[in-house]
Design a protein around this ligand. Structure first.
Ligand SMILES: [Zn+2]
Length: 249
């Protein structure tokens, strides 16, 4: 029975998600991640250990600080839940294998990258380097030929680079991310990652045009959609690609 394992991974993910909240909030402000205990951003009172249970505490507190009653951002339980669900899905797909280890580390980095990108429109190189390390780990265990991974590095990033060079329209961080993730994924899954990202980003862009919310610039950054695409491509990219080919042949 797999259920006890899935529940364990979910809890484990929620705890990590709660740590990612701290990283996402403090890194762009250059605050220490390890020192300072968690405190309310409004009244500065440090938060008691029993109010730091991932996902659960937010609802017990009714979304308010216990001390000053200031509303707590819904992002905290959201990121905790997102991390928990993404870890669980990786384990559900890959089980007790090295692919799950790489998948869980990849999901962690993608969540942090996406959220910091939404806040600051920047993708930090240190996280790109960590994904590169994962990509090298992947090369050791991948069932795909090495050439698939090498083509993956260039297949989207090279056209992106040329477009950016000609128009200046695409951020350098996005290009690096799809290159490095492409090395990790192999070219089939990289194409799927890009397809998912374009579909999501395009839909949101159209929605913003229709509802005339042009000033919501954070939603137009491509990085977060790319992160979602890379995550699902890691789980299902090669299957989707093969299914697509079979469908049209
Ligand atoms: Zn407070």
């Amino acid at each position: 029975m797999q259920l006890p394992y899935l529940i364990t991974i979910f809890v484990f993910g929620a705890i990590f998600g709660s740590f990612f909240n701290v990283v996402i909030l403090r890194l762009p402000k250059k605050e220490s991640i390890i020192h300072h205990s968690s405190h309310c951003p409004n009244c500065q009172v440090s938060i008691k250990a029993y109010d730091l249970i991932p996902i659960v505490s937010y609802f017990i507190l009714g979304g308010k600080c216990r001390n000053c009653k200031q509303a707590i951002s819904f992002r905290y339980p959201l990121i905790e839940t997102l991390t928990a669900v993404s870890f669980t899905l990786v384990y559900y797909v890959y089980g007790y294998t090295y692919f799950s280890v790489i998948g869980i580390l990849l999901a962690s980095l993608l969540i942090i990258i996406a959220m910091i990108d939404i806040d600051t429109m920047e993708i930090y190189d240190r996280f790109q380097i960590m994904i590169l390390v994962l990509a090298f780990g992947m090369l050791l265990i991948s069932p795909l030929p090495l050439l698939d991974h090498l083509i993956g590095f260039f297949i989207i990033s090279l056209p992106f680079y040329l477009i950016a060079y000609l128009t200046g329209g695409i951020g350098g961080g996005d290009i690096k991310l799809i290159a490095i993730a492409g090395l990790l994924l192999g070219f089939k899954a990289t194409l799927i990652a890009f397809f998912i990202a374009s579909l999501l980003g395009g839909s949101v862009a159209i929605y913003l045009l229709i509802t005339k919310q042009k000033n919501r610039k954070s939603l137009i950054a491509f990085g977060p959609y790319l992160c979602v695409g890379i995550y699902f491509a890691y789980l299902y990219g090669n299957q989707i690609f093969d299914w697509y080919l079979n469908f049209f042949s």
